[in-house]
Design a protein around this ligand. Sequence first.
Ligand code: AMP
Length: 176
Amino acid sequence: MPFASIGLSDPLVRGILATGYTAPTEIQSQAIPAALEGRDILGCAQTGTGKTAAFVLPILHRLSHERPQPAKGILSLILAPTRELAVQIEQAILEYGRFTRLRTLAVYGGVSIDAQFKALRRGVEILVATPGRLLDHIQRGTIVLRNVEVFVLDEADRMLDMGFINDVRRIVSLLP
Ligand code: AMP
C-alpha cells in the first residue's frame, strides 16, 4: 500500500518520498488512518519498525491544515524519556515535515535554558520535551499547554520505568 492511499496530504507524501521510503511499515499502516480520524491510539512495536513516523505523520497532517497562529502556541506535545530520543524525534519531524511550515522544537535538561527561551519566543507549534525540563518551563511561564490538540507519550513504558509517573500525571493534568 503506498503512502498516498493512507490519507496523508501531498506535502507530507512528498516529504516521505524524499526521505526514500516507498511504503508504510505495519505500525504505520495500522496507526496512521486511525490517528487521521482523530482517535486515541496505544501502539506497541519493536524498535526500528517506524513508530516515530507513525505518530509524527498524522500530527504533521493535522496541524499543516491549520494556519500557524503565534497566539495559540503549542498545538502538539510529544513527551520522551531521554534527551537522545527527544533529539531523534525532532529530527524526524524536521525531515518528514520539510514541505510544511510548522515550527518544531525539542527541550530537554542538561543544556542551557536560555537558548530554549529564545526559540520558544519565536513560536513553536510542535514541542518535543523531556518531563523535567518541560515542568521547569511551565513553572517559569515560558511554556503553556492550554491549546495542545495532540499529545504523545513516546516510550511510555520506559518513561514509567525511569520514575516519571508523577511528572507525567502533572503534565497530563495541564492539558485541555
Ligand atoms: P523508529 O522505529 O521510529 O525508530 O524508526 C526506525 C527506522 O525506520 C528509522 O531509521 C526510520 O528512518 C525508518 N523508517 C520509518 N518509516 C519507514 C518506512 N515507511 N519505510 C522505510 N523506513 C522507515
